[in-house]
Write a protein that binds this ligand. Structure first.
Ligand code: SF4
Length: 82
């Protein structure tokens, strides 16, 4: 399995954004065993590094920092199109 992954390219986030995401996960009550998101079952150290992933919390993303700024821009854009 690892050999198959070695040939793939992944969109990854910057170190700063990765640290912001992990800090949010560490404060989140949905983090189980210090490693796993109870909503998606992902290991957060991996999910947080992938650029095409978001926080799956049902009440809305708990990732802050750069992700929150991007989310706010999307929300504003959505309101403008309605
Ligand atoms: S809900 Fe979001 S912030 Fe909480 S553990 Fe899962 S990915 Fe991290």
């Amino acid at each position: 399995m690892l050999a198959a992954l070695a040939d793939k390219e992944f969109d990854v986030v910057s170190d700063t954004k990765y640290a912001d995401r992990l800090a949010s996960c560490r404060r989140c009550p949905s983090l189980q065993y210090g490693s796993t998101c109870m909503h998606c079952g992902c290991i957060v150290e991996i999910r947080a590094k992938l650029g095409d992933k978001g926080c799956p919390h049902p009440a809305g993303s708990r990732w802050t920092g750069a992700d929150a700024a991007a989310g706010a821009e999307i929300a504003i854009a959505s309101k403008q199109t309605i």
